[in-house]
Write a protein that binds this ligand. Sequence first.
Ligand SMILES: *Cc1c(COP(=O)(O)O)cnc(C)c1O
Length: 349
Amino acid sequence: MQIDRLVRPNIRELVAYSSARDDYKGTANIWLNANENPYGAKYSRYPDTVQKALRERIAEMYNAEQDNIFIGNGSDEAIDIIIRVFCEPSKDSIATLTPTYGMYKVAASINDIKVIEIPLEKDFKINADNVLSLIQSNTKIIFVCSPNNPTANILDREEIIKIINNFDGIVVIDEAYLDFSDEKSYRELINDYNNIIVLSTLSKAWGAAGLRIGFAFANQSSIKYMNRVKAPYNIGCDTIQEAISVLENKKIIEKQIIETKSQRKGLYTMLNGLNCVEKTYRSDSNFILVKFTDSTKVYNYLSEKGIIVRDRANETNCKNCLRISIGTPTENSKLIETLKDYEKSIVCR
Ligand SMILES: *Cc1c(COP(=O)(O)O)cnc(C)c1O
């Protein structure tokens, strides 16, 4: 597939902002090109526009080429930029598989891009034929979140591949929660399919939500356009350095993931034993979607007791559902205890 053909014409023609430092190939020690304060304050210099040091580390870690990696101020920035690269405002549309992560729709709406919301099927399963039949000729991107937020389940690989093979546009696969699943990354397929863009983030398993670092993996052409559209200095110097050191914590993070999965198992047993719980959905993530008999009452009770969960009751096919992140063993016990107290309080009334 020709990526250039899918790109908005004005972006195809766009001459990106160029910094003198990007253009300069030698080693200089006098920098009089960016109107910076020359007296050596800690942050006096602009950061690297292409985050070379961080991309080198990621390329090494994921066995990818640097030219296939985009670094964003969180994956939220990548989502916005992908939409701006491929979708013509007030003309094109994107498709999302609902219920799903809210930022796809927000980013699209900000850019005046229509959103075709296609409900997932029973137990939030994906059906490729259904998706392919509901998109329109102006649909440029399909956002596939797997494991999906807020439902927590992995979406079927064969169905996703079928969409990739049959859609004449970009398929974004958001893998924010992949580390908590047993699924393989679609990152390995970017050389086989040039219409996929795979998103990843340091915000969830890596424990660095406050840092604001997200990655996109794709063919060189898409990455080139994304870098063209992003703000030149989108990531600060400290953030780049911190991200490199976060990536050193792989061993610790792997242990935490194992702990989270074990907590997840325990939470299912406990939740399924509660009368106020109507159903728990399968989770391949660090959270569980739970259908309660009355989610509003449960939500209010928990929040009175200082426990905040995410109310998803108004999302497609999520009536009475709350999304609960898996916490530490202590936090999870406290949650279950509080839900038991809730049940008693209901009976007493
Ligand atoms: C949390 C989350 C992200 C992460 O966004 P960042 O901007 O990287 O923090 C991306 N996609 C989904 C589905 C998420 O739930």
